[in-house]
Design a binder for this molecule. Structure first.
Ligand SMILES: [Zn+2]
Length: 396
């Protein structure tokens, strides 16, 4: 089997000389690649070799025990089907015209269901009702989505957050090699929106295409799909479990136009749902997008204290306090007016909210109860609730 696997890898590498996109990833022996790069093998030659490999593989399968270990059986079937797909790709590159369904069956071992226009129209009608307003549906849909564009200068931060969150949710469920990691690059001029390039040794490079605006829902999509628990994890597990632990060399190469891709893309997309419930996802997206906004508003709350100080000291009158609040605390005039009446009733009590929060936060975080240590944070928080501590005792 190992010899068949090696010859398979070399055939995929030979295909890569005709069609660079064909070899999506390879981390096997570098000399095999160097050998393939010496020249283009004729398609007829590759095809005949693939046929010989299938015959040899059939012989191996026939000599398996009557009740083979499942993983062994899967290995045989997988390799056979990958080889058949390789032969189909050779036929295509040699000029054969396959219909869409013939092609997907031959390459990806599956055929997509067909739907008439009416099927989609029914969904559009539903959407028409849910997105009220004037103008064509496409404009209303676009206007709706526009609210959720990630600002260009926030892309890196939002993606880092999304990746960290997907990773945090994935890692407890499996054991990945310690050295697994990936880097993110921002690129333009591609036909895809994201791509995971697996380099072996549990490392990937994830590229994000910034040609078009990126909506907030793509942050989780891309981070899960390309990273955790999607392509990066898939490739790392195949490398660890099959290529390294078992020595199944056929997994050191990834032929893009092959049944493997349906599993790769299917798991990458479904992985999003595995890692996040709908509600968790919504919460994350809201946070990621509005984090900075909320942060600024939080800090603006001190403008309220300032208005109260001036008003209660008699430096400004109610009208000027209202103006101050609308200008610096972004309050609507009626809300600002209501706030000045709170000043009348409760006076400097206003500082207890924002200054109070900040002092408590400082206190707990200085004791190690940070975002990164939520358990410790809970512990410190509960301890503070249950102890008679003075505000001056919160200061470091
Ligand atoms: Zn993908």
């Amino acid at each position: 089997m190992n010899e068949i696997a090696e010859r398979y890898v070399k055939l995929v590498l030979a295909m890569g000389q005709h069609d660079p996109a064909y070899v999506d990833s390879y981390y096997g022996p570098p000399e095999w690649k160097a050998e393939a790069e010496k020249g283009k093998r004729p398609f007829a030659d590759i095809d005949a070799d693939a046929q010989r490999l299938i015959d040899a593989l059939n012989g191996e399968t026939a000599s398996l025990a009557a009740q083979p270990v499942e993983l062994e059986r899967l290995r045989h079937e997988y390799l056979r089907r990958q080889l058949e797909a390789l032969r189909a790709r050779v036929r295509m590159l040699s000029g054969a015209k396959l219909s869409f369904d013939e092609e997907s069956q031959a390459l990806y071992d599956a055929v997509a269901p067909s739907h008439p226009e009416a099927y989609f129209q029914a969904m559009l009608d539903d959407l028409e009702r849910r997105l009220p307003g004037k103008g064509p549906l496409i404009e209303r849909a676009e206007a709706f989505r526009k609210q959720f564009v990630i600002p260009r200068d926030r892309l890196g931060k939002v993606f880092d957050l999304a990746i960290a969150e997907c990773r945090r949710r994935t890692l407890p469920h499996l054991s990945l090699p310690e050295t697994e990691s990936f880097t993110v690059e921002y690129v333009t001029g591609k036909s895809w929106s994201g791509y995971n390039w697996y380099h072996g040794h549990y490392r990937s490079v994830i590229q994000v295409n910034t040609d078009l605006p990126i909506f907030i829902d793509r942050a989780i999509d891309l981070a899960c799909h390309e990273g955790y628990p999607g392509h990066h994890v898939y490739n790392a597990l195949l490398e660890k479990n099959l290529t390294r632990d078992r020595g199944w060399q056929e997994f050191s190469v990834y032929a893009l136009f092959s049944p493997q891709s349906l599993i790769a893309e299917g798991t990458a997309n479904y992985g999003i749902e595995v890692a996040f419930s709908d509600a968790e996802r919504r919460a994350f997206e809201r946070d990621a997008l509005f984090d900075e906004f909320r942060d600024l508003l939080d800090r603006l709350s001190y403008a309220g204290n300032e208005a109260a100080r001036r008003y209660l000291n008699g430096d400004i009158d109610r009208q000027a306090a209202v103006q101050w609040l609308t200008r610096f605390a972004l309050m609507s005039p009626d809300r600002a007016e209501q706030r000045t009446r709170f000043f009348d009733d409760y006076r400097s009590y206003v500082i207890n909210y924002n200054l109070g929060k900040d002092l408590v936060k400082q206190f707990i975080e200085s004791r190690g109860g940070t975002d990164a240590h939520p358990e410790k944070r809970w512990q410190e928080f509960i301890q503070l609730l249950g102890s008679p501590r003075l505000p001056s005792g919160l200061r470091p």
